[in-house]
Design a protein around this ligand. Structure first.
Ligand SMILES: Nc1ncnc2c1ncn2[C@@H]1O[C@H](COP(=O)(O)OP(=O)(O)OP(=O)(O)O)[C@@H](O)[C@H]1O
Ligand SMILES: [Mg+2]
Length: 462
């Protein structure tokens, strides 16, 4: 696995990391917005408590003033009860309010100021006034009628108003940032979701393009190789390991193709060498022993006239018969007529000598290359011999057709069928011969339905 830099594993890790970062970032923003919202909600609740507390304290002051005034005007003790109750409740209420604004320095100072103003009102005005009313009601009524109480109370109400206004403003500010945090959370959720979907889709598309499609192609290619088409190749553009797989696949297909070509070539050489040897033997028989026997027959015919008892004539006839047999034998070894006249006359000669009647249909425009002619000749020769030996056929049809690219040949008999190539026999030899030339031989021979030999031979050597 060389050069798998930027391999699939690495790419998958990077893509997963990007996805994780996007989702994590979106979640982080979302979580921080949610916690911000929770804080703001808590602060809003607190603000509400502060306003209620301030309101309550102000009401206590109003109660105080009303009770004090009622007592001074009527002199009845029952008015002192609310006055006393307000007096008792005020310190606790101030402490509570202080506790509520403890984390805000400005508001704390404001509460302290309010507390001081109330204490001053009580100590310097309200309590002395009530005491005076107990002993000298008219004097108290005169004092009450002055503007002092009203001035003090107005100042106090002013302090309350400012305090409440500040708290309300703060609350509104918080409301605004709550709306903002809300929007932020919404945006983070939307972005996170959309981003994740886009990334996942992109990832799926990438996986389909980078892995699923090349694998599907490789499977198709493997199928074609299994079917014998070794010329197919894959594009080598796949990423990482897929690219390595594609290159290995192509290398494998190339070496298979090369091996097959070499095998075919060596088969062709073996067949050609055999043919060559047979041609030589035939030549030697023809030019050597056959010529000498011919001249011996001629010599004997010359002597025959001088020896009248006929014995020499008998020898001459015997010799002529032996010569015929020798001719027949050398034709079987290699048909001279094939080399000299070509396929058409050679096949006609075969048909003439066949034991089963033959119907020829020859359509061969120009002479095919010699190895193709020789192969076609031996196919017909073996098929005719088989038809005579095994088929019990009444007729054999031979069809040959050739154009500029291929020669097709069909021999069919109407015999018993059931032909199967057995090792070392004629049909296997034909297969070797035909396939050595890159051709195909198909035998169809169902029992009882005759036998068809179909051959397809390319004219150009591969
Ligand atoms: N045309 C045919 N009709 C019926 N049976 C056939 C035919 N051709 C071949 N066969 C059967 O198939 C077998 C194999 O044939 P093949 O030509 O390979 O061998 P063979 O003819 O027996 O031997 P060889 O060809 O070497 O002389 C034969 O033995 C025969 O039983
Ligand atoms: Mg045979």
């Amino acid at each position: 696995l060389r050069d798998v830099r930027g391999g699939l594993t690495q790419r998958l890790v990077v893509a997963s990391a990007v996805l994780a970062v996007v989702v994590a970032a979106a979640f982080a923003v979302l979580l921080s917005s949610v916690s911000q919202l929770r804080d703001l909600q808590e602060q809003a609740r607190q603000s509400g408590d502060v306003l209620v507390g301030a309101n309550h304290l102000e009401k206590l002051v109003v109660d105080l003033e009303a009770g004090q005034r009622g007592y001074i005007i009527t002199g009845q003790d029952e008015f002192l009860q609310p006055w006393q109750a307000a007096r008792d409740a005020i310190p606790g209420q101030i402490r509570q309010l202080e506790g509520l604004v403890a984390n805000n320095a400005a508001q704390s100072a404001a509460v302290r100021q309010i507390g001081q103003t109330i204490t001053a009102y009580l100590d310097d005005y309200s309590i002395p006034l009530v005491n005076t009313a107990r002993t000298n009601p008219p004097a108290a009524r005169t004092a009450e009628a002055t503007a002092e109480g009203k001035t003090r109370l107005d100042a106090l109400h002013g302090e309350f108003d400012r305090f409440v206004a500040t708290e309300t403003a703060k609350s509104e500010e918080r409301q605004a940032s709550a709306t903002n945090a809300d929007r932020q959370a919404e945006a983070a959720a939307t972005f996170g979701l959309a981003g994740s979907i886009v990334l996942v889709l992109a990832f799926a598309a990438y996986l389909t393009l980078a892995i699923a499609r090349p694998v599907r192609r490789a499977a198709v290619m493997a199928g074609r190789i299994a079917g014998g088409d070794l010329a197919v190749r894959l594009p080598e553009r796949g990423p990482g390991e897929v690219g390595v797989l594609q290159r290995s696949f192509n290398t494998m297909a190339s070496s298979m193709q090369q091996s097959r070509d070499e095998l075919a070539a060596s088969r062709a050489r073996i067949v050609a060498a055999g043919d060559q040897a047979r041609r030589h033997i035939e030549r030697d028989l023809h030019d050597g022993i056959q010529q000498r026997l011919v001249s011996l027959v001629l010599d004997l015919r010359a002597i025959e006239a001088e020896v009248p008892d006929g014995s020499v004539g008998q020898v001459a006839e015997g010799l002529a018969a032996a010569l015929d047999e020798l001719r027949e034998l050398s034709r079987g070894i290699h048909p001279a007529i094939l080399s000299e006249g070509g396929l058409v006359p050679a096949l006609k000669a075969l048909a003439r000598r066949s034991a089963v009647p033959v119907e020829l249909d020859l359509d061969v425009s120009s002479r095919p290359p010699e190895p193709v002619e020789v192969a076609a000749y031996y196919v017909v020769s073996e098929a005719l011999a088989n038809a005579a030996k095994h088929a019990e056929a009444t007729v054999v049809g031979v069809t040959v057709h050739s154009d500029s690219e291929r020669l097709t040949l069909r021999v069919h008999d109407d015999g018993v069928g059931g032909a199967t190539p057995t090792p070392g026999s004629g049909l296997i030899g034909l297969e070797d011969r035909v396939e050595a030339l890159g051709g195909t031989l198909t035998i169809t021979s169902p029992p009882g339905e005759g036998t068809v030999l179909a051959v397809d031979l390319p004219l150009a050597a591969r």
